[in-house]
Design a protein around this ligand. Structure first.
Ligand code: SAH
Length: 246
């Protein structure tokens, strides 16, 4: 029928017009990104689900939105970057290996150091009870506030402007602590604010000062006595963990 053909042609044309931003297509593009991460070894279904839910393109400048679903870090201004999805996925999967997270099947109370644009905080909020995220650069803290106000997250996110090396004692103890910037040492406040059964994952300057590695610390409680068990993992590349605010 000519009329049906016309309708089909119109529908085809509509599909072929240039996408407005990423708009309606973003779900599909995101699903493809997640499938790629899965092929590359990211296995935790909960993490894959969270990565396919959070709209990463909403956290970068519109000029970069087209690259938002590539597995790459991108500039977010002020010399900082949004983390690579594979690294966000890897670190959050490691957190799920913590005793409390393992038991609950959720990340519990989470502290993130280095909010940046707020992307990882939004992913964490899909998987936890409460997220505190600290940023030392005021313009980025404010950018994250705007970005996160525009998305709906199941868990509450508290954004804190301050030096993340000090942690956030008012919200402690945390079941999961994750740093998005790497320093020479692990700030004592992070260990002090890690709940028994909690796990911390952070990039750290490698011994000898060459490059960074991922470090994991578990707060183990045995017969009422707590101790910290530290393991070292693969090489990573993060922006430096700095002191003070700016
Ligand atoms: N979590 C972000 C990544 C941000 S990059 C994402 O979702 O992609 C790391 C951030 O850590 C930068 O914004 C940097 O300013 C911040 N940072 C570095 N040292 C810090 C500190 N001591 N306290 C809080 N934030 C810090």
């Amino acid at each position: 029928m000519p009329q049906r053909h016309l309708r089909e042609a119109a529908a085809d044309a509509a599909r072929q017009t240039a996408p407005r931003g990423l708009g309606l297509d973003s779900e599909m593009v995101r699903r493809r990104m997640v499938q790629r991460l899965q092929r590359e070894g990211l296995a935790d279904e909960r993490v894959l689900q969270a990565l396919s839910t959070v709209q990463r393109h909403e956290f970068v400048d519109s000029a970069l939105a087209i690259q938002a679903y590539e597995d790459t870090s991108l500039p977010i201004g002020h010399g900082q970057t949004i983390s690579k999805p594979s690294v966000v996925g890897r670190m959050i999967s490691i957190l799920f290996g913590g005793a409390n997270a393992g038991q609950q099947g959720r990340l519990g109370r989470v502290m993130e150091i280095g909010t940046g644009c707020g992307y990882q905080a939004a992913v964490l909020a899909e998987l936890s009870k409460h997220v505190v995220s600290i940023e030392r650069l005021r313009p980025l803290h404010e950018k994250a506030q705007m970005n996160l106000a525009a998305v709906r997250t199941p868990a509450q996110i508290r954004l804190v402007y301050g030096d993340g090396r000090l942690g956030y004692s008012a919200g402690a103890p945390f079941d999961s602590i994750i740093a998005a910037a790497g320093g020479e040492d692990l700030p004592p406040a992070w260990l002090a604010q890690l709940a028994p059964g909690g796990r911390l994952v952070a990039p750290m300057v490698a011994p000898g000062g060459r490059g960074q590695i991922l470090v994991v610390v578990d707060h183990v409680l045995e017969a009422g006595v707590g101790r910290f068990v530290r393991t070292e993992h693969e090489a990573v590349l993060f922006v430096p963990l700095k002191s003070g605010v700016s």
